[in-house]
Design a protein around this ligand. Sequence first.
Ligand SMILES: Nc1ncnc2c1ncn2[C@@H]1O[C@H](COP(=O)(O)OP(=O)(O)O)[C@@H](O)[C@H]1O
Ligand SMILES: [Mg+2]
Length: 316
Amino acid sequence: MADTAITVEGAEKTYGDKKALNGLGLTVARGTVHGVLGPNGAGKTTLVRILSTLLRPDAGRIEVAGHDVVREAYAVRLRIGLLGQHAALDEELGGRQNLELFGRLHHLGARRARARADELLERFGLADTGRKAVRQYSGGMRRRLDLAASLITEPEVLFLDEPTTGLDPRGRAEVWSSVRSLVDGGTTVLLTTQYLEEADQLADRISVVDAGRVIAEGTADELKAETGGDRIDVILRDAGQLGAAVALLPLTGISVDADRRLLSAPVTDRMEALSGVVRALREAGIEAEDVALRRPTLDEVFLHLTGDDHRVKEAA
Ligand SMILES: Nc1ncnc2c1ncn2[C@@H]1O[C@H](COP(=O)(O)OP(=O)(O)O)[C@@H](O)[C@H]1O
Ligand SMILES: [Mg+2]
């Protein structure tokens, strides 16, 4: 079997005069989680619909599990699972019944469907609530049941379109741990998200998409390094001294968060920046509550990559 589970080259899709995909390309290695990270309208759902054969691309070479999504759509369908933004669960049925029904719809025999339902309920921590009607489930439980349903057919490749949008932090954490257990089972996962933290937590590699194309690709660490590496954060005791500190600190590209009495700036030489900041503050008699070096967050990476970092004010 090939090492590549998903290949997308030059994918294009236009709705009317709106270009949803504009030459998008990515490669996903078998058995890995690939994050497609981008804001609303970036083209994530369009990509997932094309990969799962629900929508035809206008152009591009797109292969999933070794088959072309246009010419061999049926072969692709046999090998994939899809968790969309809206799931098709029967609210009145219990979790176990829903899964059995899904199994029967996918032509599993009655006994096999029941066994698979039990296996999946167990795997996603839903064994105790299998009898409860789905309308009584929490958001996180519901999404885990969706996930279980998408795995009934033991897909080689699973697509998750914003799997935690709308969930509270607890539900999100539950879904994250379920996705991790999937990968342990060998499934290749392509997951779309607007949450930088989610991609950071789950994805082996990340494609950052904007306006229908990939604007950056790599591991979370590589993407963070690409924005210029480390940052220094300085928290002052007195917010009234922020302006003075910006003027005298030996840093460029300083951003200011007045509510948190925080100054933040990219640094090239960590130790030089740290000692320079401490010395400058001491000489000016400005008291700092904390001075710390850190890696950038993915939020900063994304703002930087999309050229949308107008929140960063250059020091005068
Ligand atoms: N059926 C459609 N008809 C017209 N425009 C659409 C349709 N579906 C999506 N779009 C547009 O295509 C772009 C990409 O949409 P989508 O793939 O849903 O992005 P995302 O999932 O990243 O939010 C958006 O500008 C959206 O408004
Ligand atoms: Mg979407």
